[in-house]
Design a protein around this ligand. Structure first.
Ligand SMILES: Nc1ncnc2c1ncn2[C@@H]1O[C@H](COP(=O)(O)OP(=O)(O)OP(=O)(O)O)[C@@H](O)[C@H]1O
Ligand SMILES: [Mg+2]
Length: 352
């Protein structure tokens, strides 16, 4: 049992970045292994203070974790902003060394039908674990929006009956998929996308630690493609670094397989001059490179948002882009549709 724990502990520590200057042989061995870890795991925050963004919510959780009496919680928000990370930090801070025996973690890769709620979750809730006064066992239900309604219904009473010994922590992308009665039993914490500055600060820090060679426009491109998703930012940074050895915007857009925003910007500028044939030339080139209509339209929108043009014209542009996007979601996604968008943009620009 002791030996088993030792192995597990060393595996846990393995994903921690080294924080002290002191390095022994064991550390070096771990470093060798951690070379092959994806950076999203290598740099997964272990304490609340390392989690970027959503400060209000995280500071509230930090207070809960100090007092020990945490309510049932649901963290909801877009992918890659730190929901799972936060729950794991909370459980580690609350339970410390007792984490292993007093936390049950289930995510979408586990079967979580009604039987699992009736058996596994209930069994765990009934299990006796010696914890200090005021601490509770924690059941983590990650990606809870993929649980069936039946399983969620079965959870309702379980949550109440075992409330003196067990707490639930749920994470999901879409809070509408969590049934009302479960929502009413939990404190709902909403996470928003991270800001560009927050993503940039984190990737700069990692570039320094990993000795990544980069240019400013390369990091800007990473932030642009990540759209507030820290996981995507780290993955794209690592892929570009591994694939090309140098992070500049060209390489980033090759790795992320997105149309280069400078081309899109140029295209929109031709539209503002009413020059449809040149604008169409660029779109046709991108289309031939194999980008889908959805790729193009979402990129056109993101570039248009920051385009230095008159505000009323920009609003008109965004409206037209929105209407075209609506059509594409309905399945009308031909090159002709994008061409018609360009024609309307040119028309708007000439009218203004
Ligand atoms: N706020 C953050 N601060 C620092 N790193 C972050 C943050 N959010 C995400 N990350 C990085 O991204 C990785 C994935 O984050 P996490 O698993 O918490 O995302 P999630 O919000 O649970 O996403 P999903 O909805 O897809 O499950 C982490 O391992 C970490 O490296
Ligand atoms: Mg998650």
């Amino acid at each position: 049992m002791g030996a088993e724990n030792a192995v597990d502990e060393s595996m846990d520590v393995d994903i921690l970045p080294s924080t002290s200057g002191y390095r022994n042989i064991k550390d070096k061995e771990k470093d060798k292994r951690s070379v092959h870890l994806p950076w999203i795991e290598k740099y997964r925050p272990q304490v609340f203070s390392d989690i970027v963004g959503n400060e209000d919510t995280i500071s509230r959780l930090a207070v809960f974790s100090q007092h020990g009496n945490c309510p049932n919680i649901i963290i909801t928000g877009p992918p890659g902003v730190g929901k799972t990370t936060t729950i794991l930090c909370l459980a580690h801070v609350l339970l410390g060394p007792a984490f292993k025996e007093s936390v049950l973690e289930l995510n979408a890769s586990n079967d979580r039908g009604i039987d699992v709620v009736r058996n596994k979750i209930k069994m765990f809730a009934q299990k006796r674990v010696n914890l200090p006064k005021g601490k509770h066992k924690i059941i983590i239900l990650d990606e809870a929006d993929s649980m069936t309604d039946g399983a969620q219904q079965a959870l309702r009473r379980t949550m109440e009956i075992y409330s003196n010994t067990t707490r639930f922590a749920l994470a999901c992308n879409n809070s509408e998929k969590i049934i009302e009665p479960i929502q009413s039993r939990c404190a709902m914490l909403r996470y928003g996308k991270l800001t560009d500055a927050q993503v940039l600060a984190k990737i700069l820090e990692i570039c320094k630690k990993e000795n990544v060679s980069y240019t400013d426009d390369g990091l800007e491109a990473i932030v642009f493609t990540a759209q507030g998703d820290m996981r995507q930012a780290l993955n794209n940074l690592q892929s570009t670094h591994n694939g090309f050895g140098h992070v500049n915007s060209e390489n980033v857009f090759k790795v992320c397989d997105e149309p280069h925003p400078l081309l899109i910007k140029e295209m929109l500028e031709f539209c503002t001059q009413g020059n449809i044939s040149k604008a169409y030339g660029i779109i046709e080139h991108l289309w031939k490179m194999g980008y889908s209509a959805e790729d193009l339209i979402s990129n056109i929108f993101r570039v248009c948002k920051n385009l230095p043009i008159e505000e009323t014209l920009k609003l008109d542009f965004i409206k037209e882009i929105g209407i075209t996007h609506l059509g594409m979601v309905d399945g009308i996604n031909s090159l002709l549709q994008i061409n018609s968008l360009l024609a309307r943009l040119c028309q708007r620009a000439l009218q203004s």
